[in-house]
Each structure stands twice: as C-alpha cells, then as structure tokens.
Design a protein around this ligand. Structure first.
Ligand SMILES: Cc1cc2nc3c(=O)[nH]c(=O)nc-3n(C[C@H](O)[C@H](O)[C@H](O)COP(=O)(O)OP(=O)(O)OC[C@H]3O[C@@H](n4cnc5c(N)ncnc54)[C@H](O)[C@@H]3O)c2cc1C
Length: 502
C-alpha cells in the first residue's frame, strides 16, 4: 500500500488554515498544532460584556483568493460564508475639517474628489489605471509563485514583467509617485496611507506598493457577514470537512527535523514532551524568526541571522471600546488623519515611539453586523500605528497615546468619547508578540521599506531543512489576509511538487 504522507502544521493562522485545507484535499494526513484555544491567530475575536470585536484585520481585499481556495478543494464559498462589498471603503476626516467618503463606485468617487480637493476628477481614473498596471505586471511573479524557484522566471509572463520593470515603479517611493499624480496634499496623504496596509512607511517604501490601491478601489473592499472572524471560522470548517485534525491549546516547543522524513515535535502540556508521531513534512505558520530561534534552536545559520537583522513591519496599539450611542457621522471604516504624515512616520521608523500626533483608525463592525453591539451602542476598534518592540516603556506609551486619541476624537468628531466608553480592552505590540509569536509584535512580518524586500522574505520551502516549509505573513509573499492565503497556496503547491512526486 502506498504510504500516505503526513504533515504537521504549526499555527492555525489564516495562512496555516489555507495551506491545511489544500493539503488535506490532496490526500495528505494533516495535523494542526495551535497554541491558542481557537483558530485565527492575529485574525481573532474578543467578547467584552455584550460587545464582540474582531481583534486584528478589519477589511478583506482580493476576495477572489478566498473563492479560489474553496473552488480548488471542490467546495462552494457561499456554503461557508457571505461576503458583502462596502459602498464606502473608508471615511476620511482631515485636520482642516474636510470629510471625504472613499466610494467604491468610481463615478461617485470622482465626483467626491472634484468637490473636496483641488485635483481634477480625471486624475483619479489615471491613478487607478497606473495602480492596475502594477498589479497586472506583478501578480503572477510576486503573488502567485515562489520567488525561489527557477520556473517562476522561465516563462513568458515573467519575461514581460522583467522587460517592463520600470512600469512597476520600483525606483521612487510611494510618496514621491503619489505627489507626481496629485496637487492636493490631502489626496497625497490619503494614498500614502496604503503603505500601512503592509506595515510600511510611504516615505521609504517603493512605489510598487501603490498596487494596493487597485486592489481596494478597482476590485473593492469587503466584509463578511458575522465580521472578519467569520473568515477563520469558515476556513476551520473547511479544514474539518477535509479531515484536518486540530490540536488546540498545544504549544510546539521544538521541531526536530530528522533524517529520512521523520520529523518530530516537542510540545508543552504542563511539561515538554515528545509527541509519538513522526511527520514526513513540517509547515511553520509561526513567525519565521520565532521558528528559527525557538522551534529549530537555530540562531547561527546564515538564513536565521539574515532574517533576524531585517527590520520588522510596524505594529499597532488597539483599543476595543463598547461605546454608548449610534454615530451616524461614522462609517464602518474611518480615518482621522494627523496634520504631518512625514513626522508621524519619522516617529514610528526612526524614533521608534508611538506618534506624537497619530492618525487614528476607527472600525465599527456593528454597523454591518448588528449583533456585535447591544441596541443603541457600537463596538469601536480604535487603532494607531505603533513601532515594533524595541525597548519602549509600553505602559507609558499606552497611557500617552490613549490621551492623545481621546482628545483627538473629541475634537474631530465633537463628542465626549470618554463618557461614552462602557467597557474597554487593549492590544499592545507586546500582546501581539505573546499571543501570536509575531517577532517584535510586527503585524506583517518584515517591513517592505526597501526595493529588495520581496526578494529577501523567507522562501516557502526551506533549502537548509529538507521537509520544512513556511507559510504566513512573515514568509513569501507577505502579510495581510489575501497574501497569507496565497502563501498557504504556494506552500501547498511546493509540497505537492517536492514531496508527492513519487
Ligand atoms: C491589529 C491588526 C490589524 C490588522 N489589519 C489587517 C487588515 O485590515 N487587513 C489584512 O488583510 N490584514 C491585517 N492584519 C494582518 C493579518 O492579520 C495577518 O497578516 C494575518 O492574519 C497573519 O496570518 P498568518 O497566517 O501569518 O498567521 P498568524 O495570524 O500570525 O498566526 C500564527 C499562529 O501560529 C500560532 N503559533 C505560533 N507559534 C506557535 C507554537 N510554537 N505552537 C503552536 N502554535 C503557534 C499562533 O498562536 C497563531 O495562531 C492585521 C493584523 C493585526 C494584528
């Protein structure tokens, strides 16, 4: 009888789940080990009195990646989850009092641009076409394939991209490119903001990342019924249907990559113990640095050292507030901009402090999922960008930032928010590191502030350890819900290519 290959996946983050479903569907025996009590990783859920909160991601882009996963394993996405496109992707509040609704309908968006800003409405169409071009040129190489396999580059699509490399705009920063399109500082700031979608700095990150705007404006921003946590829930159900076995509350302490495809895990269950089963394949959905340092006890190999020296992406401070009253002036997603974006990113990147004048993001899922808050109330997820962990005094940063946030909300929205907060919980970079193993609390793995970031990210297949694979936000192609799902896809394809060929 043919040996059925077995795979241990460490971590039930969205990337790990996406990889597990595909591998189980391909006939492998798949076991997931997750230290938390439920799946989702950074994309989790929090119940606070009668309020429910998504703890991490709040917006889904590229929904076709989710659909493709279900299609590929012979299931229908709509049997598991319902996705709704937002009419307004985000509402922006500028310090000068301008309020701008970023409509998903492009005609409405153009009208809003012309009414609120000094730029012509045609500029928006031109800009989104530029962003779309970057997407068309990069998607096959950078998003759908491993960058470390020869066959990624030996095809017509790759040749086309290489011949048009200047069109993906890698040689100037996002900010510089945005400035070349728009005269109005506020529009430049609005589009610079997309650097934060992968924890980068628009004044340093290559303009290639302006691809994100195509994804949000031309393809659309989505939210699932039930909130973002409905995504890991749907993936968990899919995995179960495909026969994946989950081990929750199980922390993997060590991975012993043996010879002859006999890899063993040590887990902590009161005490550290070896699990009986030896696996043919191990996939780490845990952070790459954490995997090298803690799981492989490998701090000295070239790869481990190189990765440790790369700057992580930014982190976040999030306040979860149960808020009394309904706030019609707010949308599901809202941004209260600072008046000096450059200074804000200097604080984050150079001084490594929470911004002295932060841009505030407010996400209210109860606006589309009414059961997330009691009648007449809302669940506010209030976030600012924070630096990755680097010796900061977090209790102090938290206290200082909370006051700034409260003052700014009062001033921008004309409300007394402190008196409306009925319950509260917070998430700091230290919590993110502790809860998900994310190195220095980064949200998206390494930062994309350099032109080479895409090429130095951890490859999905380890060259040093035969049988070891990586998927998730700190591996290729990077962080964010659609990208980690693609990471799971690429990893599953590599496993099929290298481990199932005979
Ligand atoms: C505050 C915040 C806001 C965000 N906003 C957005 C957004 O709006 N849109 C978006 O697309 N993305 C957003 N992201 C990023 C997104 O959440 C992540 O990129 C994505 O969820 C990461 O998935 P992953 O597969 O890398 O796994 P992770 O979520 O990192 O999960 C890894 C899992 O591995 C487990 N694990 C680690 N070590 C071990 C071990 N030793 N043993 C057992 N289990 C282990 C962890 O417990 C965890 O469950 C946000 C993230 C945060 C924190």
């Amino acid at each position: 009888m043919k040996h059925r290959k077995s795979v241990a996946i460490i971590g039930a983050g969205i990337g790990g789940l996406a990889c597990a479903a595909r591998l189980a569907n391909a006939g492998l025996e798949v076991h997931i080990y997750e230290q938390g009590e439920k799946a989702g990783g950074k994309a989790n859920t929090l119940q606070l009195d009668n309020f429910r909160f998504d703890t991490g991601p709040s917006l889904l882009t590229m929904p076709f990646v989710l659909e493709e996963l279900f299609d590929d394993v012979g299931e229908k996405l709509s049997d598991y989850i319902s996705l709704n496109q937002l009419n307004v992707n985000c509402k922006y509040f500028f310090p000068d009092g301008t309020e701008f609704e970023a409509h998903s309908d492009l005609k409405k968006l153009e009208i809003e641009v012309e009414q609120k800003f000094i730029d012509e409405k045609e500029t928006i169409a031109k800009y989104l076409k530029y962003s779309q071009n970057i997407y068309e040129l990069t998607k096959d190489i950078f998003l759908n394939k491993s960058l470390n396999e020869l066959d990624t580059y030996t095809n017509l699509e790759a040749l086309k991209t290489l011949l048009q490399i200047f069109k993906i705009d890698p040689f100037r920063t996002m900010h510089k490119a945005n400035r070349s399109f728009f005269n109005d500082d506020r529009l430049v700031q609005l589009f610079d903001r997309y650097a934060t979608y992968n924890g980068s700095n628009p004044f340093k990150a290559p303009a290639t990342l302006n691809v994100i705007q195509h994804v949000e404006y031309n393809i659309g921003g989505y939210v699932p019924e039930g909130g973002i946590y409905a995504i890991p829930e749907a993936l968990t159900k899919l995995c179960e249907v495909k026969g994946v076995l989950f081990n929750f509350n199980t922390t993997v302490k060590r991975v012993n990559m043996g010879s002859g495809n006999k890899h063993r895990l040590e887990i902590a269950e009161g005490r550290v113990k070896n699990i009986e089963k030896a696996y043919d394949i191990v996939v780490s959905n845990a952070d790459v640095n954490t995997t090298y340092k803690n799981l492989l006890n490998d701090e000295s190999s070239r790869m481990a050292k190189r990765y440790r020296n790369l700057a992580p992406s930014t982190s976040a401070l999030v306040f979860y507030w149960g808020v009394e009253g309904l706030h019609e002036e707010l949308e599901v997603h809202n941004i209260l901009f600072s008046d000096n974006y450059k200074k804000e990113f200097d604080d984050l990147s150079d001084k490594k402090i929470c911004p002295v004048n932060p841009t505030i993001y407010i996400y209210i899922s109860s606006k589309y999922n009414s059961s997330d808050a009691p009648t007449g109330s809302e669940n506010w997820y209030v976030m600012i960008n924070a630096p990755y962990i680097d010796g900061q005094d977090w209790p102090n940063e938290l206290k200082r930032s909370r006051k700034l946030i409260v003052d700014k909300i009062n001033c921008s929205l004309g409300i007394d928010i402190e008196n409306k907060i009925k319950c509260e919980s917070v998430l700091t970079p230290v919590d993110i590191e502790q809860k998900t193993g994310s190195y220095k609390g980064s949200l998206y793995g390494i930062s994309s502030n350099s032109r080479t970031a895409a090429f130095i990210r951890q490859s999905n297949r380890s060259k040093k350890y035969k049988g070891l694979y990586f998927c998730g936000g700190s591996a290729h192609p990077g962080g964010g819900i659609p990208l980690v799902m693609l990471s799971g896809k690429i990893t599953s394809e590599l496993i099929r290519k290298y481990e199932l060929r005979n």
